[in-house]
Design a protein around this ligand. Structure first.
Ligand SMILES: Nc1ncnc2c1ncn2[C@@H]1O[C@H](COP(=O)(O)OP(=O)(O)OP(=O)(O)O)[C@@H](O)[C@H]1O
Ligand SMILES: [Mg+2]
Length: 310
């Protein structure tokens, strides 16, 4: 079963093309990341999925329900924690949750029970009589997550849920979301914290200028970046040592630090050590800097920008 299917989605705002034929599929149960620079179209895509914006062209479905023609059934399956705060400010927060549950057809007694449960889950039950405006910034983020959870959604959409959130709360939020995903909830996440995406997501889509640049697992993406083997030589040397081992892409020398770029540091390390040894260089230290998703991401979105501006 496919949780999200988008095919040829276009969204224009006047002359701005926020989505430019975006096609992507997310499987049921997946933890899926949406990465891309500011303005890439991530929130626009989410807005279309939840019916806050209408696509100019193309198709979007949630669990097989068209997000326009079958809006209510698609929307009932989704819990959204939006990037921007859009909360009714005049009611106690537990009432906001009960209204939300009621809107999705949940009867009042059950709505109350779920509201309490959601507030407990995110750790702000003691604030249940408080208005949204009076919560701290981090509590506001927690509340948005509670509101997303109150309908017990099959698809949880989190748009920058950890923006401006302290390290402790980020860790807590991620444990919670990870648990929900383990229990079968599909998660669509946008974040600018690439290490979060790297750790949590089964697959990530990289977007730029309203288009999908790539979809892959974090491991697959990392494998496309270059590793660096950092060798500290024991003695000063004049000139960069000759290293023509297979798999070595480049060598630079800075003082006694030799940086060897390669597609696989583990594979070339023995050859590099042997070559240095043969040339009479003693090694004081050896370190491997693996390609991060961030390196690959920055490279890809730069390439995409260069292509667009051509
Ligand atoms: N309601 C709107 N009216 C006009 N332009 C809009 C509107 N919403 C989004 N845009 C434009 O569409 C493009 C994509 O914006 P979007 O919010 O989807 O980006 P994003 O990937 O979510 O970025 P960020 O990482 O900053 O949240 C931007 O150029 C933005 O200015
Ligand atoms: Mg956004």
């Amino acid at each position: 079963m496919t949780a999200i299917r988008a095919d040829g989605l276009v969204k224009t705002y006047g002359s701005v093309r926020a989505l430019d034929y975006l096609s992507v599929e997310v499987e049921d149960g997946e933890f899926f990341g949406l990465l891309g620079p500011n303005g890439a179209g991530k929130t626009t895509f989410i807005s279309i999925l939840v019916g806050l914006a209408r696509a100019t062209d193309g198709i979007a479905e949630v669990f097989g329900h068209d997000v326009e023609d079958d809006y209510q059934r698609a929307r009932d399956r989704i819990g959204l924690a939006p990037q921007e705060f859009n909360v009714d400010r005049f009611f106690p927060i537990h009432e906001v949750l009960e209204h939300k549950a009621g809107y999705h057809g949940i009867p009042p007694a059950e709505a109350e029970r779920r509201a309490d449960e959601a507030l407990r889950t995110v750790g702000i039950y003691d604030k249940r009589e408080t208005r949204f405006d009076w919560l701290s910034g981090g509590m506001k983020r927690r509340f948005l997550l509670a509101r997303a959870l109150v309908t017990d959604p099959d698809l949880l959409i989190l748009d920058e849920p950890t923006a401006g959130v302290d390290v402790e709360l980020r860790r807590e939020l991620w444990e919670l979301v990870q648990r929900l995903n383990d229990d079968g909830t599909t998660v669509l996440l946008t974040t600018h914290y690439i290490e979060e995406a790297e750790r949590l997501c089964d697959r990530v889509a990289i977007m730029d200028s309203g288009r999908k640049v790539e979809v892959a697992t974090p491991d697959e993406l990392r494998a496309r970046g270059e590793d660096t083997l950092v060798v500290t030589l024991a003695n000063d040397t004049i000139g960069v040592p000759e290293l023509d081992a297979p798999g070595v892409h480049g060598v630079t020398l800075d003082g006694r630090t030799l940086s060897v770029t390669t597609d696989d540091a583990g594979r070339v390390a023995p050859d590099v050590i042997r070559a240095l040894d043969d040339a009479g260089h003693a090694i004081a230290d050896l370190d491997v800097r693996r390609a991060s998703l961030e390196d690959v991401f920055v490279g890809m979105t730069r390439t995409a920008e260069a292509e667009v501006s051509q």
